[in-house]
Design a protein around this ligand. Structure first.
Ligand code: F6R
Ligand code: ZN
Length: 189
């Protein structure tokens, strides 16, 4: 049999980065249109320099059910019209696939929602493991003052479904006003 070869990668846990990632995705404010409630505030931020909202570093593995895809996700601190910087969020394209996150650095939350509209969240902090069960969409939100860095691992065949989140959004928004974090329900479902 032609076996895939084992490999290792180095993480710098003090900085919360993966050394020499094969894939490095960078999402700036301009790729976040439609995700924040205050579209005008987002446009002002884009015009003022289009800052990075989050980055993902990965070592790709084959898209097969027995494989495990893993990497480091870094969401930067900041707000858009009071709403904390966040990732787009997604369901997995194969919806009955789970994911495990481990907080490495920074503070925030993993918002999770079902297709029926139930929305729950778990706190991110260094050393905290968050389990995302099958069928739950997930979005990282940075409520702190430094980058929020996490390690994640999920099945190689899971894929991503962003379209449904672009249509539905999340029923809860995370705001920071006067240094206080607030969870605001935007609809009952
Ligand atoms: C993979 C996963 C994370 C996110 C990353 C960026 O399934 O959940 O690696 O992909 O935090 O967020 P999205 O993919 O929502 O832009
Ligand atoms: Zn995921």
């Amino acid at each position: 049999m032609d076996y895939m070869k084992p490999f290792g990668v180095d993480l710098d846990l003090s900085k919360g980065v993966m050394k020499n990632p094969a894939t490095h995705i960078v999402r700036q404010a301009s790729s976040m249109r439609g995700h924040y409630a205050d579209a005008a505030a987002l446009e002002r931020l884009i015009a003022a320099g289009d800052p990075v909202h989050y980055e993902v570093a990965e070592q790709p593995v084959p898209d097969a059910p027995g494989q495990m895809r893993f990497g480091i996700s870094t969401t930067l601190p900041g707000t858009v019209g009071g709403e904390c910087f966040m990732t787009k969020g997604h369901y997995h394209a194969v919806p009955d696939t789970a994911e495990v996150y481990v907080g490495l650095r920074g503070q925030g939350y993993l918002l999770m929602k079902t297709v029926e509209g139930e929305c729950l969240w778990e706190e991110f902090r260094p050393g905290r493991v968050i389990y995302v069960p099958p069928f739950w969409a997930h979005r990282t939100v940075n409520t702190g003052e430094e980058p929020l860095v996490s390690f994640y691992v999920y099945p190689g065949n899971a894929g991503h479904n962003y379209g449904d989140i672009e249509k539905q959004g999340f029923p809860v928004r995370v705001l920071k006003r006067g240094g206080k974090v607030e969870f605001v329900k935007t609809r009952s479902k």
